[in-house]
Design a protein around this ligand. Structure first.
Ligand SMILES: *Cc1c(COP(=O)(O)O)cnc(C)c1O
Length: 343
């Protein structure tokens, strides 16, 4: 029997048909290796089309590498990187950003609903400007955020303006960028380079490909020698076509947005059904493909015993229920029915 679809993470899902078909299509004959192939070329062109701008594109194996290598290319070891205290790069990357940038300090900013406020950036940068403290050079924001909220185009613009004024490069962790775009109903350009983003790590695996993220430099000079960084860190795939072809499948007819919209819609359904249960506390505004809900430990244990897997350690506690590209309404129904039977 096929294992049940879960709400633990969107990386529990398999590969969507479009990405799978593109991989199968790419699996024909010999082509050049290390990215010098027609698939990588086409995927990069489709990314430029999607963002309506010329940009430098690189494909790496995962999000930790994408973030760390991108950040390392934006600063020196004596600099600092500012991010939200719940940012994946701080909480879930095992110190990789510091490692790949040879010790750059990461400074944490507070902020409601997983989001940084522009004022707090200046406060942090101005707190210390003497030679004895690392100089601020990079600001990183996550869109959609770790707690399932989004920065609107105007909010990114305000943050971009604050960053520019303080001479900071702006990085965006877009592990769930597709879900953010689907939620905001804006063009990808509007929430990235037009708002001041220098580099975007565009997530593929949570969107429906097998693995791989695209590192997109809108500020092209910052991409100088990034290929060497990828190679040195073991992130240059020799059979690159299998990392890039799925992006062709996702982007050429809009599958990436359709799946993100579907995952968002399923989370909306989950949110609606949970909201109808008296006494249940929902933790953050539901804006993308996740719902955070407070459950007691006995209920959590009983749901686990019924075979449901979900996490309770992400964000600020509470259980995160994450929908994927293939989550169905029945999946949501089943989960809620089981939960109701325990309350
Ligand atoms: C999943 C995720 C990543 C990437 O994680 P990897 O496991 O390294 O691929 C990066 N940022 C955020 C916010 C994520 O949720």
């Amino acid at each position: 029997m096929e294992p049940r679809r879960q709400f633990a993470s969107d990386n529990y899902s398999g590969i969507c048909p479009e990405a799978w078909a593109a991989m199968a299509e790419a699996n024909s004959g010999h082509v050049r290796s290390y990215g010098d192939d027609p698939w990588t070329d086409k995927a990069s062109t489709l990314i430029r089309d999607t963002f309506e701008t010329d940009c430098e594109v690189f494909f790496v194996f995962n999000g930790t590498a994408a973030n760390s290598l991108a950040l390392a290319s934006l600063c020196q070891s004596y600099h600092s990187i500012l991010c939200h205290e719940l940012a994946h790069l701080e909480t879930d990357e095992c110190g990789a950003p510091e490692f790949f940038s040879n010790g750059t300090k990461v400074l944490l900013l507070p902020g409601e609903n997983g989001k940084i406020r522009p004022e707090s950036i200046e406060q942090m940068v101005k707190r210390r400007t003497d030679i004895h403290f690392p100089k601020s050079r990079v600001l990183s924001i996550t869109n959609a955020t770790e707690v399932g909220t989004v920065y609107s185009a105007d909010e990114v613009k305000a943050i971009g303006a604050a960053a520019k004024k303080l001479n900071l490069h702006l990085h965006m962790d877009g592990a769930r960028f597709a879900n953010a775009v689907a939620s905001l109903k804006v063009s990808p350009a509007e929430v990235t380079w037009k708002a001041g983003v220098d580099v975007l790590c565009f997530g593929g695996s949570k969107n429906g490909v097998a693995l791989g993220e695209a590192v997109i430099f809108f500020n092209k000079p910052l991409a100088e020698e990034f290929d060497y960084r990828c190679k040195q860190s073991g992130q240059l795939a020799s059979k690159m076509r299998f990392l890039s072809a799925p992006w062709v499948g996702m982007l050429q007819d809009g599958a990436w947005l359709r799946y993100a919209e579907s995952a968002n819609r399923m989370a909306e359904l989950m949110h609606q059904k949970l909201s109808e249960i008296p006494g249940l506390q929902i933790l953050f505004p539901r804006q993308v493909n996740s719902v955070f809900v407070q459950l007691s430990q006995p209920v959590i244990d009983a749901m686990h015993a019924k075979g449901w897997i979900f996490y309770g350690f992400i964000g600020k506690g509470g259980c995160r229920l994450m929908c994927s590209w293939d989550t169905t309404g029945e999946d949501v129904e089943q989960f809620v029915t089981d939960l109701k039977s325990l309350l």
